[in-house]
Design a protein around this ligand. Structure first.
Ligand SMILES: [Zn+2]
Length: 99
């Protein structure tokens, strides 16, 4: 007997004024390379700062879905070498997510 377990990885666009890990605007229609900084370009030495508004929205979503809200949350930096990922890394959550 097998138990079917199906997982979903859902990607959504944030409706915040700034990006998740820097203060660059999320607005559209501006000149190319306008809303970028050393952090979102992945330049060496640039450290990410988590968007407080995004965390608040994640907690609101988790509450609406009657999910567990963790008091402590951990982000991981996963290093990749893909041609379409010039920074060479991706920041994600796996072990201790916000929700
Ligand atoms: Zn930025």
């Amino acid at each position: 007997m097998f138990e079917v377990v199906i997982g979903l990885e859902v990607h959504v666009q944030l409706n915040t004024n700034s990006k998740l890990f820097c203060s660059c605007a999320t607005s559209f229609g501006e000149e190319p390379n306008t809303n970028v900084c050393p952090t979102c370009l992945g330049l060496p030495g640039a450290l990410p700062v988590l968007n407080k508004e995004a965390v608040h929205k994640a907690i609101m979503l988790g509450t609406a879905l009657k999910s567990e809200i963790n008091q402590k949350s951990i982000f991981n930096r996963k290093n990749y070498f893909y041609p379409d990922l010039p920074s060479g890394y991706q920041i994600s959550q796996f072990e201790v997510p916000i929700v």
